[in-house]
Ligand binder design. Structure first.
Ligand code: MG
Length: 383
C-alpha cells in the first residue's frame, strides 16, 4: 500500500493525481490540503476519506469543519496545517502541487522527515533549490519531478551516462511568434487559451509570457545538477517531444507522448515501476510534422529575464519568481496589461540587492520585500 498526501488537491495537478489514485487500489490518500476551494474538497474528502485535511484559509476551514462534521476527519488550517499534512506519520510520499512559494516550508519539512516527494511546485525549487537539493541527498529521499519536461528528462536519464546538455522543449504558448508590441492589449481570456495543455490559471499565464520556461530552466538546473548554460530551450509547438537529454557521445534520448499530465504523475507515484494506463496513445504516423525552433530572446522578456536572474544568482531568482507571482495576480485581476508582467519583474530585479545563498528566512523576507516594493512602485509599463 502506498500512502500519499496531496498538497493542492483541488488544482489541476491535484485533481489529476486523485484521478490516478482512484484507479490504483494500492494507493491510499491519507491527507489533502487546499487553499480555500472547500466545495470540491468536500467531494474529494467523501470519496477518499483522508484522515487529515488542511484548508489554508482559516475562515474557509471553519466552514469546512461544519460540512464534514459527520466524517472521522481532522481539519487543520494555515501554514502549520499544511506542514502537518506533509508530515503525517503513515505517508510515504507527498505530492507537492500547491502554486507558488508557499510550498517551500512543507516540502523542506517533509524531506527532513524522510518522505518521498512528487514535485509539481517549481516556484519552491527556484527560490530554495540550494536548501532543498542538499537535503534530498542527505535524507536519501526520492525527489520525483511531475512537471512534464522534467519527468521527460528524468525518464531519459534512467539508462545513465555522462550528460552533455539538457534540451527543454516549450510549446511557445498562445502567443508564439508574436512580437511584444502586438501583445500590449491581449485579454486575460486570450492569455488563458493554451494550445496544447490544460493547466491551472497561473501556470497558463506563465506559459504565455514564457516565464514558465524560465522557471523550468532553473528547476531543471537544480533537479539534475546541470548549469543553465548547458540547458537549451527549444520551441516545439506540437508538445509531443516532452524534453530530451544529449549525452557526451552525441546520442539524444527523449521522451515522447501526447500532452497528458497523468503520465508524469503516475510515473512519479510508482517510480521506478511503469503501470498500464488507459490514456490516449501517440501515433507517430499521425504526426504530420514535428518542428523545432530557437527562441528569439529579444521578443521574450519573460525568458531573457530568467537568464539574467540566473546570472545574478543568490536571491535574484527569488525576486524573479516573486515579482512574477505578484504581477500575474495583477494581470488576472485586470489591473495591469499582459506586457506589464515582464516589466514588473524587470523593475523589481533592478531594485534588488542580491543576497548570496539566502537562508529560508532571507528568502521569505525577499519575497515580502518584492510584494511591498511592487505595491508602492506602480511604474514599469503599467497601463
Ligand atoms: Mg512544464
Amino acid at each position: 500500500m502506498k500512502r500519499i498526501s496531496v498538497l493542492g488537491s483541488t488544482g489541476s495537478i491535484g485533481t489529476q493525481t486523485l484521478d490516478v489514485a482512484r484507479i490504483h487500489k494500492d494507493v491510499q490518500v491519507a491527507a489533502l490540503a487546499v487553499h480555500n476551494s472547500i466545495e470540491l474538497l468536500e467531494t474529494q474528502t467523501r470519496e477518499f476519506m483522508p484522515r487529515l485535511v488542511c484548508v489554508y484559509d482559516k475562515d474557509a476551514a471553519e466552514d469546512f469543519k461544519l460540512r464534514v462534521r459527520d466524517l472521522p476527519v481532522t481539519v487543520v488550517s494555515g501554514m502549520e496545517g499544511l506542514i502537518e499534512c506533509a508530515l503525517l506519520e503513515e505517508i510515504d510520499l507527498v505530492v507537492s502541487a500547491v502554486v507558488g512559494m508557499i510550498g517551500i516550508k512543507p516540502v523542506i519539512e517533509a524531506i527532513r522527515a524522510g518522505k518521498d516527494i512528487a514535485f509539481a511546485n517549481k516556484e519552491t525549487l527556484v527560490s530554495a533549490g540550494h536548501l532543498i537539493m542538499p537535503l534530498v541527498k542527505e535524507k536519501k529521499v526520492n525527489f520525483l519531478p511531475v512537471d512534464s519536461e522534467h519527468s521527460a528528462i528524468f525518464q531519459s536519464l534512467v539508462g545513465g551516462g555522462e550528460v552533455e546538455k539538457l534540451i527543454l522543449t516549450a510549446s511557445g504558448g498562445p502567443f508564439r511568434g508574436k512580437k511584444q508590441s502586438e501583445l500590449t492589449h491581449v485579454s486575460v481570456a486570450d492569455a488563458l487559451k493554451h494550445p496544447n495543455w490544460s493547466m491551472g490559471r497561473k501556470i497558463t499565464i506563465d506559459s504565455a509570457t514564457m516565464v514558465n520556461k524560465g522557471l523550468e530552466v532553473m528547476e531543471a538546473s537544480w533537479l539534475f545538477g546541470i548549469p543553465a548554460d548547458r540547458i537549451e530551450v527549444v520551441i516545439h509547438p506540437q508538445s509531443i517531444v516532452h524534453s530530451a537529454v544529449e549525452f557526451v557521445d552525441g546520442a539524444v534520448i527523449a521522451q515522447l507522448g501526447i500532452p497528458d499530465m497523468k503520465l508524469p504523475i503516475q510515473y512519479a507515484l510508482f517510480y521506478p515501476e511503469r503501470r498500464k494506463m488507459q490514456n490516449g496513445r501517440l501515433s507517430l504516423t499521425e504526426q504530420k510534422n514535428l518542428t523545432f525552433e530557437k527562441p528569439v530572446l529579444s521578443e521574450l522578456p519573460g525568458l531573457s529575464l530568467a537568464y539574467e536572474a540566473i546570472q545574478a544568482g543568490g536571491s535574484m531568482p527569488v525576486v524573479y519568481n516573486a515579482a512574477n507571482e505578484y504581477a500575474v495576480a495583477e494581470f488576472l485581476d485586470n489591473k495591469i496589461s499582459f506586457t506589464a508582467i515582464a516589466a514588473r519583474i524587470a523593475d523589481a530585479m533592478r531594485a534588488h540587492r542580491v543576497i548570496d545563498r539566502p537562508s529560508l528566512s532571507e528568502i521569505l523576507e525577499t519575497e515580502a520585500w518584492v510584494r511591498e516594493y511592487l505595491a508602492v512602485h506602480k511604474i514599469g509599463g503599467l497601463e
